[in-house]
Write a protein that binds this ligand. Structure first.
Ligand code: NDP
Ligand code: 2IT
Length: 451
């Protein structure tokens, strides 16, 4: 598409992105997922019907890439690659997580940052979108190695972030331990104590309920979806993937709401318990994952469950709800078919883009309510936004207040999805979330001129 083309077309917007960066499949996938709904909407409204608006929307404001030197416990020197993709600051300072995983590259981070722009817009809070991280694998690394890595990473990044410019947080491989080390190094280098990161410990400016927020918010949203479809949460059988931050608190809240959680997983395989995981089982899993940093397979020896290789989707279990909470593209078309054959009622993404495009197509075809991550997992960044507010006014809010706000935000996001995605009584959440997220960002872009 020429920069000055006057006709807005989905294929041209996507083709331009593919030509510019041919080796970024995850980014192209995320563009298609959002723009398939947004472009037809924009094309029918003169105010948004401008190819140049989409050129701006799909091009990050700034990308920082830096070398991260670190030394392991044996004295061996390593070089990792660190990044921050600052996609858009048009509705607020850049905001989004940091991921430490060997699969991290620019394509993955651009997809995540692009999604974050729409997600953050949907929250109603003044936050732009960003994502960062490193191709470093924390697996099997000692505490001391993780600390040295985090310190080196922050030394490379500190100059590009700040409480008014860009506020990172956690994501895969980055939890409260890593945020603590990153914050310590930022404070040391800059000599400032500020809200430059979210997900901090409560002792130094972290918001109560931030660890729980993504998983809890996912269940609040899921409850809204089931209500809207006239279905019950109580007694529903749930498949969850992952066993990290999002999966753990999704499981906790699902149990509290009366659901039966049949599975959790890690990258080696999954556990399955026909009677449903108990709070005690989950306590074991949380200690295993957060303190001992062990593998989910160890659950077999601790409580009555089975362990299998692969993901829970193809187990063939009767289940009404699928909550993928591990990583991108972990649930494909074959998985979707198996789930549909086994009584699937709804899918809500705890992870970012865990369902492939073909899987999502099948959900739409079978009229199964499907909530994309940008809506369903927005609770995490929402409470990050609340942490920023608390840091600005140097106050800490109660758990009750934060939980009330989280409930309200998830409800509002559900209503936005309904407003822009409802036809003939059923809600296309993917469409509603994309269009509602787009409008605020596009209006701000237009109002601020060609910058
Ligand atoms: P964690 O690092 O705490 O947990 C990640 C979980 O996913 C682990 O169980 C991990 O298993 C599994 N996993 C990671 N990569 C793969 C892979 N390639 N294949 C199979 N399993 C994998 O991360 P989070 O729980 O924080 O994040 C999970 C998802 O939720 C991500 O998509 C993230 O972007 C998204 N998210 C996170 C938010 C947050 O606040 N943390 C907010 C919104 C979305 P293993 O240990 O074996 O690697
Ligand atoms: O994907 C996400 O929304 C996150 N990893 C949380 C981002 C944040 O800034 O809290």
């Amino acid at each position: 598409m020429s920069e000055n083309s006057t006709e807005l077309s989905l294929e041209q917007v996507l083709e331009r992105a593919r030509m510019r960066d041919p080796h970024q499949p995850e980014f192209h996938q995320a563009l298609h997922e959002v723009l398939q709904w947004v472009v037809p909407f924009a094309a029918s409204r003169p105010v948004y019907n401008h190819p140049a608006l989409f050129s701006k929307l799909t091009e990050p404001e700034r990308i920082i890439q830096f070398r991260v030197p670190w030394t392991d416990d044996d004295g061996q020197e390593h070089i990792s690659r660190g990044y921050r993709v600052q996609f858009s600051s048009v509705i607020g300072p850049c905001k989004g997580g940091l991921r430490f995983h060997p699969s991290v590259n620019l394509s993955v981070l651009k997809f995540l940052a692009f999604e974050q722009v729409f997600k953050n817009s949907l929250t109603g809070l003044p936050m732009g979108g960003a994502k960062g991280g490193a191709d470093f694998s924390p697996k099997g690394r000692s505490d001391a190695e993780i600390m040295r890595f985090c310190q080196s990473f922050m030394t490379g990044l500190y100059n590009h972030i700040g409480p008014e410019t860009d506020i990172p947080a956690g994501d895969i491989g980055v939890g409260s331990r890593e945020i603590g080390y990153l914050f310590g190094q930022y404070r040391r280098i800059t000599g400032t104590f500020s809200g430059v990161l979210t997900g901090k410990g409560e002792a130094f400016g972290g918001s109560i309920l931030r660890p729980e927020a993504t998983g809890y918010g996912l269940l609040y949203f899921t409850k809204e979806m089931l209500d809207a479809a006239g279905k019950q949460m109580d007694g529903i059988r749930v498949l969850i993937s992952g066993s990290g931050n999002v999966a753990q608190f999704a499981c906790r809240k699902a149990i509290e709401m009366g659901a039966k959680v049949l599975s959790m997983s890690d990258s080696d395989g999954y556990i399955f318990k026909e009677e449903g995981l108990t709070d005690e089982d989950l306590d074991f899993i949380m200690e295993l994952k957060n303190e001992k940093r062990g593998r989910i397979k160890a659950c077999q020896e601790a409580f009555a469950c089975s362990w299998y290789e692969g993901t829970p989707w193809r187990h063939g279990a009767k289940a009404g709800l699928a909550l993928p909470c591990a990583t991108q593209n972990e649930l494909d078309a074959d998985d979707a078919r198996t789930l549909i054959e086994n009584g699937l009622l709804a899918v809500a993404e705890g992870a970012n883009m865990p369902c492939t495009e073909k899987a999502v197509k099948l959900f739409h075809k079978h009229q199964i309510p499907f909530a994309p991550g940008k809506a369903a997992n927005a609770g995490g960044v929402s409470v990050s936004g609340l942490e920023m507010s608390q840091n600005s006014i140097r106050m800490s809010w109660s758990a009750e207040r934060v939980d009330d706000e989280l409930h309200r935000i998830m409800h509002d996001i559900h209503e936005k999805c309904r407003s822009f995605g409802e036809t003939d009584g059923s809600i296309n959440y993917e469409k509603g979330a994309a269009i509602a997220g787009f409008i605020k960002v596009a209006d701000a872009m237009i109002a601020q001129g060609h910058v």
